[in-house]
Ligand binder design. Structure first.
Ligand SMILES: Nc1nc2c(ncn2[C@@H]2O[C@H](COP(=O)(O)OP(=O)(O)O)[C@@H](O)[C@H]2O)c(=O)[nH]1
Ligand SMILES: [Mg+2]
Length: 691
């Protein structure tokens, strides 16, 4: 490879909801640029990108995959991303490091909620985007309707650059409104076309859209505006410059059209990707800090600056080992060098540097600022980490992972597999920071949390395939807690005096309820040494132990105060042990009069659904004992805020999916513990009896 020119580099992601045609579009791009010998198909498993077993089985992209190609002397790194809500977190991590995005809009169904989420992230990470209206060849394809939906749903201002010739079965090609030329396609998959004049019957529509385009572009640039107002014709060069500027500043979104499957409009799209989307130079300075300090450090996208990069994705293969995908922000990385990882405070040896083509890897001699490459076999590094020059360190803030929305308990299928399961899970979490495993102290279960049921199912399949650890997912136990509603004063007396040394402990305690969230308080009000100083911690210990198994369900007790105010002791027979037992006995006795009651975890939820599903979703929340606290309108959708008991939403993800035909999204997190209504308590107790 010759000297690399960063201005001719484009890093872009192909993004949209599931089955919009992202993978098909990337396949077509690779084919048109000569990277693939034939047009890969997602439908027959020949796709270069959807190659993991779990993806082929489901026929969908579950993780972002990396490819590169060359178009007209420009180097393109193209990331095919997942569009299903369970795996959008991977798309988010890629957007963080990418220069631009092609948003696919379906000519049939327009924009869906997942695309809206992706669009927000693009805003957040300042990722310029262009749009491609795909599937123009399909039944019910309607270009202008799709553009309209995009404007409404995303709040985007469109600038139509290419328009279709015909639609559905009669889709013939595209008209370029910058050059005012038409392309008529052979529909032979090779993407063969003839460039011709605009067909007469479309002349008027083309002129109308051209005028709109010129106006939109001119508005984004003062110089062009002046020219436009002076009635001067804007040249092709003017329009291209304005299009680029408007895209980079996000004033409008250029729109193109075609069919990924039939390979129509894809080369045109490649031309405009190069023309409109930014190079890493346009992305500019990367701002970080000195490791372990607040001091700001800046890195320029230049080969001369010290090396710095961020790991945005990790793939563990049991045979090939670990691959860390990095975006180089500054400097040059060469094979066989040592770099620093400030997140782990470790040095890493970089052996090979790979460029990725789907699952294939090609060795390269260096990776310069702007590049996206993969590093094999890093020892300590995980997704989100920074890698940098050992002498000139810098730390880039990693993305805060999205909060998990669903949890399952893991059950080992085979005894003795625990170690395997644990190491396998560690590897999976290294790849994917949104997967979380915790041991739930209250229920003694190993809990796996993630972004949806399919997310966890795929994790379990991978655990088995890659690390040979078989587990099953089962609904987790709800970590109930218990508290009290009334106070009581009781005595606990432990006395054993039958030959030899006896046992003697005697305490009087007051137990009273505290407000939610207070936990446990122990107050010592003993006067005159009736309970000697050195035995008081033992009393508290006995009470804490007794609180671990509440009288109703055996759950942890919380939100109460115990005051030790009286008691007696024996000069020979008293011991820590005896006072511990006395404390515990007193507490258990108090429970008979304290009106124990059950507490359940309540989640705070945010659910975004299309307007037409609002009624159903709110009705369903009510039936789940949910309290809706607010509804906020979005473009074409509503965001509902609610508090719902955890027990009622353990399987909310698949249920919301079926209620909204997969057009809804939600997030939830633990909020607080609340008292279970008494009729509900009876039900829960009856169920626990059975279990
Ligand atoms: N008719 C037609 N079908 C398409 C087009 N693009 C994709 N598809 C089909 O739509 C389905 C989903 O495509 P895929 O590329 O996997 O979508 P992704 O989920 O966005 O990656 C597949 O069956 C494709 O063959 C298109 O332009 N026209
Ligand atoms: Mg796909």
């Amino acid at each position: 490879m010759g000297k690399y020119d960063t201005t001719t580099l484009r890093n872009l992601g192909i993004v949209a909801h599931n089955s919009a045609g992202k993978t098909s579009l990337v396949e077509a791009m690779l084919f048109n640029t000569g990277m693939a010998e034939k047009l890969g198909k997602v439908t027959d498993g020949s796709s270069l990108m959807d190659f993991e077993e779990e993806e082929i089985k489901r026929g969908m992209t579950l993780g972002a995959s990396l490819n590169h190609c060359v178009w007209n002397g420009y180097n393109l790194n193209i990331v095919d991303t997942p569009g299903v809500s369970n795996f959008l977190h991977d798309t988010r991590r890629c957007l963080r490091v990418l220069g631009g995005a092609v948003v696919i809009v379906s000519a049939i169904s327009g924009v869906k909620s997942q695309t809206r989420k992706i669009w927000e992230w693009c805003d957040q990470f300042e990722v310029p985007r262009i749009a491609f209206v795909n599937k123009m060849d399909r039944e019910r394809a309607d270009f202008l309707k799709a553009v309209d939906d995009m404007e409404k749903s995303l709040g985007a201002r469109s600038a139509i650059v290419t328009m279709p010739i015909g639609a559905e079965e009669d889709f013939r090609g595209t008209i370029d409104l910058v050059r005012m030329k038409a392309r008529l396609y052979e529909f032979d998959e090779a993407g063969t076309y003839k460039e011709v004049d605009i067909p007469q019957e479309l002349e008027e529509e083309a002129q109308r859209l051209r005028l709109l385009l010129v106006e939109t572009v001119a508005e984004a640039d003062d110089e062009l505006m002046e020219k436009y107002l002076d009635d001067e014709e804007l040249t092709e060069e003017d329009l291209l410059r304005g299009l680029r500027e408007g895209t980079l500043t996000g004033v409008f979104t250029p729109v193109f059209c075609g069919s990924a499957l039939a390979n129509v409009g894809v080369r045109q799209l490649l031309d405009y990707i190069v023309a409109c989307l930014p190079s890493p130079i346009d992305k500019g300075t990367q701002v970080g800090t000195l490791p372990d300090s607040d001091e700001v450090v800046e890195r320029q996208p230049s080969e001369e600056d010290p090396f710095s990069a961020m790991v945005f994705k990790t793939v563990n293969d049991p045979f090939a080992g670990k691959l860390s995908m990095i975006r180089v922000y500054s400097g040059t990385l060469k094979p066989d060098t040592v770099v620093f990882n400030p997140n782990r405070d470790e040095k890493e040896r970089v052996g090979h540097i790979f460029k990725m083509a789907g699952k294939e890897q090609q060795d390269v001699e260096s990776a310069v600022a702007g590049e996206i490459v993969a590093l094999p076999k890093l020892k300590y590094t995980a997704t989100g980490d920074t890698l940098c020059d050992v002498q000139k360190p810098v730390f880039y803030e990693p993305l805060v992972p999205l909060k998990p929305i669903i949890s399952f308990a893991l059950e080992s299928a085979k005894k003795g597999d625990e170690d395997k399961i644990y190491t396998g899970l560690q590897k999976l979490m290294e790849e994917d920071p949104t997967l979380r495993v915790v041991r739930e102290e209250d229920t003694h279960e190993m809990i796996l949390s993630g972004m949806g049921q399919v997310h966890l199912e795929v994790a379990v399949e991978r655990l088995k395939r890659k690390y040979g650890a078989a587990v099953t997912l089962k609904e987790p136990k709800v970590p109930y807690r218990e508290t009290i509603r009334a106070s009581a004063e009781v005595q606990g007396k432990y006395k054993k005096q039958s030959g030899g040394r006896g046992q003697y402990g005697d305490v009087w305690i007051k137990v009273e309820p505290l407000p939610r969230g207070s936990g446990f308080e122990f107050v010592d009000k003993v006067v005159g040494g009736v309970v000697p100083r050195n035995y008081i911690p033992a009393v508290e210990k006995g009470i804490i132990e007794a609180m671990k198994t509440g009288p109703l369900t055996g759950s942890q007790m919380v939100d109460l105060r115990v005051t030790l105010y009286d008691g007696s002791h024996h000069s020979v027979d008293s011991s820590e042990m005896a006072f511990k037992v006395a404390g515990s006995m007193a507490f258990k006795k108090a429970m008979e009069s304290c009106k124990p009651t059950l507490l359940e975890p309540v989640m705070s939820m945010e659910i975004t659904v299309p307007d037409d599903c609002m009624g159903d979703v709110i009705g369903d929340l009510n039936s789940r004992r949910g309290k809706v606290s607010g509804v906020e309108p979005q473009a074409n959708a509503q965001t509902i805020r609610a508090e719902v008991p955890m027990a009622e939403v353990l399987r909310y993800a698949p249920e919301l999916r079926s209620m909204t035909s997969d057009r809804g999204m939600f997030s939830m997190e633990f909020d607080k513990y609340e008292e279970v209504p008494s009729h509900q308590t009876a039900k829960i107790l009856a169920e626990q009896e059975k279990a």
